[in-house]
Structure formats: structure tokens, C-alpha cells
Ligand binder design. Structure first.
Ligand code: P1T
Length: 401
């Protein structure tokens, strides 16, 4: 079955006890057992819940994985993957990644004795050069958050597998509709289902998908041991969201391309980061590795932090908010919001400057979105014009004295 069909049907057969067409929300913590050790496969909802199982089965199908695990947040999913690491081991990660991922690496895992090396995200040779005998894992985001660089998953996986290193791809920005890392050689895929998979900005959730039996068993053990599982209702909401993933992603891609093209021509915009633009350094890789260029567009202002503030205050449709991947458009200032947990010096070095904004382009009418950006940019230009006319007046007054 094709992707859009699996998104609607995988793991979601009619309920055997009632015939309910839509997977029920099994809002139960426990299950009545027939006798000692005699039950229907469910004992306690931290361990298993049928609504969660439906979600896990569906997401595994969409990523072409054998196994799926759902979590209460993207960070809980990340924690489950990191739980396979032991003190003395080493992880290589791209240097442009979600601030919360950097935070758990540096503030939780490093103090526990795991070492991390960050390499320029798109540089395959740099990953190979950073490998050591104790390297256990490579952590990739592609496209990266927030600068939208791409990593050649196949090339990094080939290098990693020569040395038995596990390759993890956080596929949150692309979604499985646009990119399937396991097909490209990755061992594990993680998601913040909070984003495109749920798609409606009303759930915090995460998922891990893999075809590696041993890794699956370790992470499944951790899921039950640590207990960061999604509620039956949240599982159901994500399951419902996923049904429209294919149509939503197509519209996100179309709208983001329009927005990127609009911003590219604007005098107040210094740089636009969107893999769909022919000018993007990874455009060719994006064409090869992804089925579309995604809904995320970042751009750097030709101006100051104050201009950025003026701009965001004037936006009407784009909400100034963290997160991404919902049907509604959002605008985020990574330096002060999603990437605030990265020290300022480190952030600037990586290009996450005070004048960088990240747009999650929603599926509203593209003309309305562009009109909103246009009027907010015009408000910055108007402020500049007013300030320069003030200066001229002040100059004239001084000259007259
Ligand atoms: O917020 P949570 O569901 O725990 O997901 C964490 C996470 C993991 N991976 C990536 C690539 C992410 O972008 C995120 C969360 N990101 C944001 C909240 C954001 O606005 O970038």
C-alpha cells in the first residue's frame, strides 16, 4: 500500500470487540486478567495500551520500520535512544540542532560520562574524521533546526557502518512523507510528533522507529522502565493527525516555496535558508534525498535585533511562538526561544544570530501569508524612514542654531 493509504489504515483495523471503524481511545490504566499469567496481551498501560499500539504500528509503517515506540514528548523519545549509551562512549552530532537536544547532550549525558563532538552538519568527511574507537552513535538532524542545512544520510551511514556505529536521524523537520532515513541506511529515526505528524499544535509527543531488533528491545525496555509514554487520548490525536499528513505536507511545501521566493527578493532580507531554492547549497542533495523541500523557512534580517522585534510585533497571521509543523503559521526567534539553551557565543558561531527568524509555514492561503510578511516588513521600513526623518530634522535644528 502507498504512503497516504498506510497513514489512514496501518495499525487501524476495525476494533475487534465492537467493530468501531476508528481506533477507540482506550482510556484505561489497567486490564482485567483471567487468571495468573492469563491475559489478553495487556496488563498495565505504561507497558502497553491498544491506542498507543495503533499509533506505534502506523508510524513504523510510515518510516518503513519494523518497530515503533511512542513517547510523551520528542525529548522523551530522544532520551530513550540515548539510554543505550554507557559512560566512556562517544557521540558525534551535527552542529546545528534543536536546542533541547543540545541541552540533554551537554547537561544530562555529558555529566554522566558520555562525550560529544559537534561537526559542521553537512560535512560528511568531518563525521568520518571525528570517529574514534569508542564512538557509539551519530546523531543527525536533516534538515537542521534552525538553519535548514542537509546531511547526506546515505554517505554518513556508509562511513558509520564501516565502524559499527549506530546512525540516528531526527526526522522531525522532514516527516516520513518527505524523507525516509531508514531506507537511506540510518538505524534509528526519532520524531517530535508534536510537529508535522500530529500537525495541529495540540499535543506534545514523540516517537522512535527502527528495524534493529536489539536496539528496539533496549528502547522498549527503557520506555516501560522510565515511563515517558503518551496518554491514550494524545496517542489518538496523533493517530488522527497522521491521517492527513500527505495532503498537509504537499501544501506546506507549496506554501513554503512561495514564501521563500517572496523573502528572497526583499531588500530587508539578507539571507533566506530554504532547501527548495536553487541558491541553497544543499539544493541538489535535497532533490535526491527528499520528496519535497518542507514547510520550514529561515531568514536573516538585513538590520538589527530591534528591527526583528518590530517585525514580529506587526505580524498578524504568523504567531510568534515556539514549535512548528502545525496547520497554522508560526514565527520563531531561535536565539531567544528554541535555541536559548545554547550559550550565546556557541550559537553565534553556528550562525544562529540575533537577526535570524524561523518560519513554520502553515497551510493557510499562501497569498495571505505573503501579504502578512509584506506588511510586517513594511512596518520596519516605515520605522527606519521615520527615524531618518527625525535625524534630518534634528540635524537641521542643530544647523540653525
Ligand atoms: O518538544 P518535543 O516534542 O519534546 O520535541 C523536541 C524536539 C526534538 N527534535 C526536534 C528537531 C525539535 O525541533 C524538537 C522540538 N522543537 C521545538 C519546540 C522547536 O520549536 O524547534
Amino acid at each position: 500500500m502507498d504512503f497516504a493509504t498506510r497513514a489512514i489504515h496501518a495499525g487501524q483495523d476495525a476494533d475487534p470487540s465492537t467493530g468501531a471503524t476508528i481506533t477507540p481511545i482506550f482510556q484505561t490504566s489497567t486490564y482485567t486478567q483471567q487468571g495468573l499469567g492469563d491475559n489478553k496481551g495487556f496488563e498495565y498501560s505504561r507497558t502497553h495500551n491498544p491506542t498507543r499500539t495503533a499509533l506505534e504500528t502506523c508510524l513504523a509503517s510510515l518510516e518503513n520500520a519494523r518497530y515503533g515506540l511512542a513517547f510523551s514528548s520528542g525529548m522523551a523519545a530522544t532520551s530513550a535512544v540515548l539510554s543505550v549509551l554507557r559512560p566512556g562512549q562517544h557521540v558525534i552530532a551535527g552542529d546545528d540542532l534543536y536546542g533541547g537536544t543540545y541541552r540533554i547532550f551537554e547537561r544530562v549525558l555529558r555529566p554522566m560520562g558520555v562525550d560529544f563532538t559537534y561537526v559542521p552538519a553537512g560535512d560528511v568527511a568531518a563525521y568520518a574524521a571525528a570517529m574514534r574507537p569508542e564512538t557509539r552513535m551519530i546523531w543527525l538532524e536533516t534538515p537542521t533546526n534552525p538553519l535548514l542545512s542537509l546531511v547526506d544520510i546515505r554517505a554518513v551511514a556508509d562511513e558509520a557502518h564501516k565502524r559499527g556505529i549506530t546512525v540516528v536521524v531526527d526526522n522531525t523537520f522532514a516527516s516520513p512523507y518527505l524523507q525516509k532515513p531508514l531506507d537511506l541506511g540510518a538505524d534509528v529515526v526519532t520524531h517530535s510528533t508534536t510537529k508535522y505528524l500530529n500537525g495541529h499544535s495540540d499535543v506534545i509527543g514523540g516517537a522512535v522507529l527502527t528495524s534493529d531488533e536489539q536496539l528496539y528491545q533496549e528502547m522498549k525496555f527503557y520506555q516501560n522502565a522510565a515511563g515517558g509514554v503518551p496518554s491514550p487520548f494524545d496517542s489518538w490525536l496523533v493517530l488522527r493527525g497522521v491521517k492527513t499528513l500527505a495532503v498537509r505536507m504537499r501544501q506546506h511545501c507549496e506554501n513554503a516555496m512561495r514564501v521563500a521566493e517572496f523573502l528572497s527578493g526583499h531588500p530587508l532580507v539578507r539571507t533566506v535558508y530554504y532547501p527548495g531554492l536553487a541558491s541553497h547549497p544543499d539544493h541538489e542533495l535535497a532533490q535526491r534525498q527528499m520528496a519535497g523541500f518542507g514547510g520550514m523557512v529561515s531568514f536573516a534580517f538585513e538590520g538589527t535585533r530591534e528591527d526583528v522585534d518590530t517585525f514580529v510585533r506587526h505580524l498578524r497571521l504568523f504567531a510568534l511562538a515556539e514549535s512548528l509543523g502545525g496547520v497554522e503559521s508560526l514565527c520563531c526567534h531561535p536565539a531567544s526561544m528554541t535555541h536559548g539553551s545554547i550559550p550565546a557565543e556557541e550559537r553565534e558561531k553556528r550562525g544562529v544570530t540575533d537577526t535570524l527568524l524561523r518560519l513554520s509555514v502553515g497551510i493557510e492561503d499562501a497569498d495571505d501569508l505573503i501579504a502578512d510578511l509584506d506588511q510586517a516588513l513594511a512596518s520596519v521600513a516605515a520605522k527606519h524612514a521615520a527615524a531618518s526623518s527625525e535625524r534630518e530634522k534634528a540635524g537641521a535644528a542643530t544647523g540653525a542654531r
